[in-house]
Design a protein around this ligand. Structure first.
Ligand code: FE2
Ligand code: FE2
Length: 183
């Protein structure tokens, strides 16, 4: 394996610290935890799944108007999947991620939501479907899941636990990522 990039490395990066709080640390970490559970059940790579889960909403902008989530603007103009795929890719490459993994994670982020038309007529891969499902598992009416707050240190604690779980799962993984079918 290439040098391994952890979720902790990603979470503590300044780009992640700038953008992840917009959609909420709790939603990011919960989606990563959901992604881990689904990855085990569906035989998808837990490394790709948890990274895509953690970063899936990194493309969000503040859609707030007078302190409230502005759904009208969001529904009409959102491109958070596109911005997120690009931001996540740049962040992962900066941290030394394997190019093939960075591409798979970025594509899973690009197709995780139907809020922009990019997913229309796209047949999702198992990893892409898993990322979308892990996100949906944490959804609450009116976007309330974006407002569940946890501290950065709590997010870090949960991400470290996930890093250990992923590491256990990856032990003995000798697959070349390009050849691997767990995605
Ligand atoms: Fe999203
Ligand atoms: Fe989300």
């Amino acid at each position: 394996m290439d040098e391994y990039v952890t979720l902790e490395t990603i979470l503590t990066d300044s780009v992640a610290k700038k953008h992840l709080p917009k959609a909420g640390y709790n939603h990011a970490v919960t989606t990563a935890e959901n992604a881990f559970e689904l990855a085990i059940k569906r035989n998808v790579c837990p490394d790709l799944a948890t990274k895509a889960g953690l970063l899936h909403d990194i493309g969000h902008t503040n859609w707030e108007s007078q302190g409230e989530w502005d759904y009208k603007s969001y529904n009409d103009f959102d491109i958070h999947t596109i911005k997120g795929a690009e931001r996540a890719h740049e962040l992962l490459i900066l941290k030394g991620e394997n190019f093939g993994k960075a591409r798979e994670i970025a594509l899973a982020i690009l197709f995780h939501s139907h809020s922009s038309p990019v997913s229309k007529n796209v047949k999702l891969t198992p990893l892409q479907e898993l990322t979308s499902d892990a996100d949906d598992m944490d959804k609450q009416a009116g976007g309330a899941h974006h407002n569940v707050e946890i501290s950065f240190s709590k997010a870090l604690q949960r991400v470290r636990r996930l890093d250990m779980l992923v590491c256990q799962q990856l032990q003995g993984c000798k697959d070349d990522c390009e050849e691997c079918n767990q995605k």
